[in-house]
Write a protein that binds this ligand. Structure first.
Ligand code: NAD
Length: 378
């Protein structure tokens, strides 16, 4: 396989994969609509992501929701890395049609084209997400592995944020989520990622194409959009700090995520492209470590050396999960994947990069207002 199509290849993960593939001798085509939410109104001047790839790839400006654009991009390709998507968890709860159209609709369109037209595609890699797990896996001393449902408004409005499981009296212990853990997304975004993954894993083998799905945890690093207020907590906090704005943290600040550095995500994805052991498999991609949001905010403030106040508000977003970190045993075993970046090293690299960027307009308050108007922020 030499010719690789990356949908959404001008985005954060896609542009980094593109650059690494080109370094390795692949020819890369990118299909991307240069969404203004990610790239701004004038990407050729203002999007560091697009600028980093535009002269190195065959760039097809178009949308994955158009049959004509998709067919044009697929011509002559050997494999597809399908990353194009709408990616904001909170936003997905009130832009339901757009999220299902772009994420599920375009994936079904891609599979329809692959099923009904002549092409050379041998492998499809699809970007899934840890969002499909909803609340992750917990260990109960009474019941073993349990999978708590979404937290209730009742509990959260009283400041009781930890997950509970039916009838368990002892506190639950958070453990790494394995690939065979229960899939029960708590957001429209999570549902779209689940369906994207299932569509690819179901249809591809029937037409002789090897499918691979990656359930990425929270990816961060140089290049991530600093102007998109809907996703990417490190960039949202960074843009607030750089504008001298205080940070308000949801819940009690002890909610955790598994933050994985972009270079590790690129390596994992390329392993899946190159290794036949990946064929037909789904993989978690994370570090296996959980970091709480308060620690993230304080670390960023320290790194930038800009004093802004941090308030733990007790407010919360409907659809958010409490904790999740990946069990990556499978990717280690089958692909030889080993994340190289610790959170402290990665965040150092990320903040150095942010320091070299132009300070972006802070649109965070506007995004919170949108959630409030829809009753999704309490
Ligand atoms: N970044 C993360 O933490 C993370 C975590 C889990 C899963 N993922 C998944 O990985 C993939 C890539 O994420 P990312 O962080 O690089 O996001 P990103 O927003 O930086 O990139 C997405 C790219 O898709 C493009 N795009 C959006 N709609 C399109 C359309 N209709 N047609 C063509 N292109 C379109 C955008 O312009 C953008 O360049 C997504 O599928 C996302 O759901 C990301």
């Amino acid at each position: 396989m030499k010719n690789i199509l990356i949908t959404g290849g001008a985005g954060f993960i896609g542009s980094n994969i593109a650059i690494k593939l080109i370094d390795k001798g692949y020819t890369v085509t990118v299909l991307d609509n240069l969404s203004p939410q990610i790239h701004g109104e004038n990407p050729a001047l203002t999007s560091p992501l697009f600028i980093s790839i535009k002269d190195k790839v065959n760039f097809v400006q178009g949308t994955v929701t158009s049959r004509t654009d998709f067919e044009r991009a697929i011509e002559g390709q050997d494999a597809i890395i399908h990353l194009a998507a709408e990616t904001g968890t909170g936003q997905s709860m009130y832009e339901v049609h757009k999220y299902t159209d772009v994420n599920i609709g375009a994936t079904s369109l891609m599979l329809d084209i692959l099923t009904n037209t002549k092409h050379n595609i041998k492998k499809v890699i699809v970007a899934s997400s840890r969002a499909i797990y909803g609340e992750g896996r917990y260990l109960s001393s009474e019941k073993g592995d349990v999978y708590p449902l979404s937290r209730t408004n009742d509990d959260m409005s009283k400041g009781d944020f930890e997950c509970k499981y039916d009838g368990c009296k002892e506190p639950l212990e958070l453990v790494g989520t394995t690939e065979d853990s229960k899939i029960h997304p708590t957001s429209v975004y999570g549902i779209t990622k689940q369906v994207q993954e299932q569509l690819v894993m179901c249809v591809c083998p029937t037409i002789g194409i090897a499918p691979v799905a990656y359930r990425y945890q929270n990816v961060y690093g140089p290049g991530q959009s600093l102007s998109n207020p809907y996703t990417g907590i490190l960039s949202i906090f960074s843009t607030r700090i750089k504008n001298g704005n205080d940070i308000t943290i949801f819940e009690d600040g002890k909610e955790t995520r598994d933050f994985i550095y972009i270079d590790d995500v690129v390596d994992a994805t390329i392993l899946g492209l190159e290794k036949s052991e990946a064929n037909g498999e789904v993989f978690n991609v994370g570090t296996g470590c959980a970091t709480d949001v308060l620690t993230v905010a304080n670390t960023l403030i320290e790194k930038y050396g800009i004093k802004v106040a941090v308030t733990v508000s007790g407010n919360y977003r409907i659809g958010d999960i409490r904790h999740n970190f990946a069990d990556i045993t499978k990717a280690k075993k089958l692909l030889g994947f080993n994340p190289k970046w610790s959170f402290s090293d990665g965040i150092g690299r990320f903040t150095s990069w942010v320091n070299e960027q132009q300070i972006q307009e802070d649109k965070y308050e506007q995004s919170i207002q949108e959630l409030k108007c829809k009753g999704l922020y309490k």
